[in-house]
Design a protein around this ligand. Structure first.
Ligand SMILES: Cc1cc2nc3c(=O)[nH]c(=O)nc-3n(C[C@H](O)[C@H](O)[C@H](O)COP(=O)(O)OP(=O)(O)OC[C@H]3O[C@@H](n4cnc5c(N)ncnc54)[C@H](O)[C@@H]3O)c2cc1C
Length: 372
C-alpha cells in the first residue's frame, strides 16, 4: 500500500507516524513545500531562542520513521481532487506519484493584509525574519522605548505579546506594548475568567489594550485603526507591528465525512482524506484550528486507512477537547483542564503548557502518549 501525505505539520506527521505503527509494510511518502517541520506551538519562543531550535528536518524524520520525503509545493485547483482520485496519482514536477490513499494536511496561513515595512506576520517568522527584528528592539538605546503593537488577541497574538513583555523585562529591552483586537472580549470561545485574568495582567504589566479596534493598515510611524462601533478612525504610533489576525485554511477548507474522507459535491472521495487546520469533519469531534485537534485527526485518518485496507469498519471522529493552555511569558500561563470551569493560571498553567510541549517533543522521538 502507498500512502501520500501532503503537509508535514502536526496532522501530517501524526498520520505518518501512526501509519508506520499500524501498517509496518506500507510505503509512506511525505510531500511538503518546506525542508523542515516547524513546531508552531513554540513559535513565540523564538524571541528567546534561535529559530533552528524549533524545527526538525524532514530528512531526519523520514529516516527515523521510514518514509520518503519529496520537497514540493502542491498546487490544488478546485477541481483537482476528482482527477487525482480517478488517476490514484498525485502529479509532481518529476512525474506522477501513485497512491492507494492520499491525505491532505496543508494547514492554515495568515490571510493577506495591508502592511508596511516594519510589520511581521506568522509567515515572516516562519522564514526566520523575526531574529533581526527582535535584535533591533534589544539594541534600541536612549530614553524613549520602542512602541510595539500586536494585532490580534487570539492565542498566537497573546503568546507573542506576553513572551515579548517577559523577555523585555529580563533583558532590559526598552519597549512599550499595545494589543489591538477587533473583538470587545478576549478569547470569546473560552470561559469569561480568561478575559478577566488577561485584563488584570495587562494592567499589572502596563500593556495598552485596545479592544473593538479594527486594523486598517500601516503608515509612516504608525498604524491606522477604526473603532468598531463608532467608526472613528485613529492612528497609533508604533515602530513594529506583529500581525496575528487569525488564520485561514490553505488552499481552502476541505469538508470531510465523519471518517475524514474529503467530500466532493457532497460525496466522499474513497481514497482521499484531509486532517488538521485545513479540514472540517462533519462529526461531533473537535474542529478547532489547534495542534490538539490536528494530532487527533491525523491519527484517526491513519487508523481509518489501516482499517479500510483490511476491510474493517472505519471509526468516526469524536475527539473532545480535554483542556487548553496558553503560555503568558516566563512562569505564567492560562488554561482549563478536564472541564471548562476548571481554570488554571500562573505557574501551574505554565508548567502544564511546558509539559504539553515536552509531550510533543517525545512524540517526534517516537514516544506517543496522546489520548485518542
Ligand atoms: C505561535 C503559535 C502558537 C500556537 N499554540 C498552540 C497551542 O498552544 N495549542 C494548540 O493546540 N495549537 C496551537 N497553535 C495552533 C497550531 O500550531 C496549529 O493548529 C497546527 O499547527 C495545525 O497543524 P496542521 O498540521 O494542520 O498544519 P501546520 O502545522 O501548519 O502544517 C502544514 C504543513 O503543510 C505544508 N504545506 C502547506 N501547503 C502546502 C502545499 N500546497 N504543498 C505542500 N506542502 C504544503 C506546510 O509547509 C506545513 O509544513 C499555535 C499556533 C501558533 C502559530
Amino acid at each position: 500500500m502507498d500512502v501520500v501525505v501532503i503537509g508535514g505539520g502536526y496532522a501530517g506527521l501524526s498520520c505518518l507516524l501512526s501509519l508506520r505503527r499500524l501498517c509496518p509494510e506500507a510505503r509512506l511518502h511525505l510531500v511538503d513545500g518546506r525542508v523542515s517541520h516547524v513546531k508552531l506551538t513554540r513559535l513565540h519562543q523564538t524571541l528567546r531562542r534561535p529559530f533552528s531550535e524549533i524545527v526538525c528536518p524532514f530528512a531526519l524524520l523520514a529516516e527515523k520513521f521510514g518514509f520518503s520525503f519529496i520537497q514540493a509545493e502542491i498546487d490544488m485547483p478546485e477541481t483537482c481532487l476528482a482527477d487525482w482520485q480517478a488517476a490514484k496519482a498525485l502529479p509532481l514536477p518529476q512525474g506522477d506519484l501513485p497512491f492507494d490513499y492520499l491525505v491532505i494536511a496543508t494547514g492554515a496561513r495568515t490571510p493577506p493584509l495591508p502592511r508596511g515595512k516594519s510589520s511581521l506576520t506568522r509567515e515572516d517568522l516562519l522564514s526566520g525574519a523575526g531574529e533581526q527584528a527582535f535584535q533591533k528592539i534589544s539594541r534600541r538605546e536612549g530614553g524613549c522605548p520602542m512602541e510595539v503593537a500586536v494585532v490580534g488577541g487570539g492565542a498566537t497574538g497573546l503568546q507573542f505579546l506576553f513572551e515579548l513583555r517577559s523577555v523585555a523585562a529580563e533583558e532590559n529591552w526598552p519597549v512599550h506594548l499595545h494589543l489591538v483586537d477587533l473583538l470587545p472580549r478576549l478569547l470569546p470561545g473560552y470561559p469569561e475568567g480568561f478575559d478577566l485574568y488577561l485584563r488584570k495582567r495587562f494592567r499589572e504589566l502596563d500593556i495598552d489594550y485596545l479592544p473593538g479596534a479594527s486594523y486598517l493598515g500601516q503608515e509612516d510611524g504608525g498604524i491606522s485603526l477604526q473603532s468598531a462601533g463608532e467608526h472613528v478612525a485613529m492612528t497609533l504610533a508604533c515602530d513594529l507591528v506583529l500581525l496575528f489576525p487569525g488564520v485561514a485554511a490553505v488552499p481552502r477548507l476541505f469538508e470531510t465525512n465523519r471518517y475524514g474522507q474529503v467530500l466532493d459535491e457532497g460525496l466522499p472521495l474513497e481514497n482521499i482524506y484531509a486532517a488538521g487546520d485545513c479540514s472540517h469533519f462533519l462529526s461531533k469531534g473537535l474542529n478547532a484550528q489547534t495542534a490538539q485537534a490536528a494530532l487527533r485527526k491525523g491519527a484517526l485518518v491513519a487508523e481509518n486507512i489501516a482499517h479500510a485496507q483490511v476491510g474493517r469498519r472505519r471509526k468516526a471522529y469524536l475527539y473532545r477537547e480535554i483542556g487548553y493552555f496558553i503560555s503568558l511569558g516566563s512562569g505564567d500561563g492560562l488554561g482549563w483542564l478536564g472541564w471548562r470551569g476548571n481554570l488554571l493560571s500562573g505557574t501551574a498553567a505554565f508548567a502544564i503548557k511546558e509539559a504539553l510541549e515536552t509531550q510533543y517533543d517525545l512524540f517526534l522521538r517516537g514516544i506517543d502518549s496522546y489520548l485518542k
